[in-house]
Design a protein around this ligand. Structure first.
Ligand SMILES: [Ca+2]
Ligand SMILES: [Ca+2]
Ligand SMILES: [Ca+2]
Length: 287
């Protein structure tokens, strides 16, 4: 089962003796992204490091990526890499703004992260364990590269959302308006950073440009003839207001409540919105 993308799932309440998501045999080209893997109480009868996501020894760790997932409240481990080599587990939310717990310190330097180094094997999260998220099985030969991790925004509120289901294929429309504010732990945002916008099954990465004075307003406009669902998007940093418009979208498979999120670099704002279902559109207005 190589060449697989595991995306948009909620995985919880597993008591597997391996992993809630378990990768076995010599597989490669596996992308695990935008999933919520949480509250799994794994059995330790077979492995003391059973995990929310576990790579067994034969897997090609370099051929697996685990990014932009929420991995929290998994016991005993959030992510375990039993395979040799480096597992890319950057940009996940670990249930704490301080990142995951990295208990194995053998041969590692006592490096506090972030900022992240280019030597993930030697990184050690030295924040006290009580203030950290899920455990990672990161050691010197079975590396879990978890730095940088996602930091949740202080505020992410959706004021208004509308999904329009059109008859024509790939012509659905989306409008989302709301407010965001970076968290106290954030190291800020840069205009050059990737902005990942997710609305239900739709997810797109864009780069925005400054509009007006520096750090006041960011803007994205789809180029003429350009690809992608997002028609335009603005973030007004003075008021914190954001506005997203999509068209040419395919909302097939959308489920209610709808997850809406904006990720800028390592800063993540996310909300789950229960919408009112009408015949040809879904609506949400904050009270
Ligand atoms: Ca480490
Ligand atoms: Ca890294
Ligand atoms: Ca940042």
């Amino acid at each position: 089962m190589s060449g697989v993308t595991v995306e948009g799932n909620e995985v919880y309440n597993s008591s597997s003796e391996n992993g809630a998501i378990y990768l076995a045999f010599a597989i490669s080209d596996i992308i695990i992204r935008n999933n919520s893997v949480h509250d799994n109480g794994l059995s330790t009868s077979k492995r003391l490091t059973a995990a929310g996501i576990l790579l067994e020894g034969r897997v090609d760790a370099a051929g697996v990526t685990v990014n932009c997932n929420k991995i929290y409240n998994n016991n005993p481990y959030g992510v375990t890499n039993e395979a040799t080599g480096l597992l890319d587990a950057e940009y996940n939310w670990w249930g704490s703004a301080n990142g995951p717990e990295d208990p194995a310190a053998t041969e590692e330097e006592d490096t506090e992260v972030p900022s992240c180094t280019d030597d993930p094997a030697s990184e050690k999260n030295t924040v006290p364990a009580a203030q950290l998220g899920d455990k990672v099985s990161d050691d010197y030969t079975h590396v879990v590269d978890y730095c940088p991790w996602l930091v949740e925004m202080e505020e992410f509120i959706v004021d208004h959302a509308k999904l329009d289901f059109k008859k024509k294929a790939d012509d659905d429309k989306v409008r989302v308006q709301g407010k965001l504010e970076l968290g106290a732990n954030s190291n800020g945002v840069e205009i050059s950073e990737d902005v990942t916008v997710t609305v239900g099954p739709l997810s797109e990465i864009i780069t925005m440009v400054e509009k007006g004075k520096k750090d006041e307003k960011w803007e994205y406009k789809r180029p003429k003839g350009g690809e992608g669902d997002i028609k335009d998007m603005t973030i007004d940093w003075k008021s914190g207001k954001f506005d997203i418009r999509m068209d040419k979208a395919d909302l097939t498979g959308v489920s209610n409540p709808v997850t809406i999120s904006i990720q800028i670099g390592d800063d993540l704002g996310s909300a789950s919105i229960l919408m009112t279902e009408k015949k040809h559109h879904w609506d949400y207005k904050a009270k």
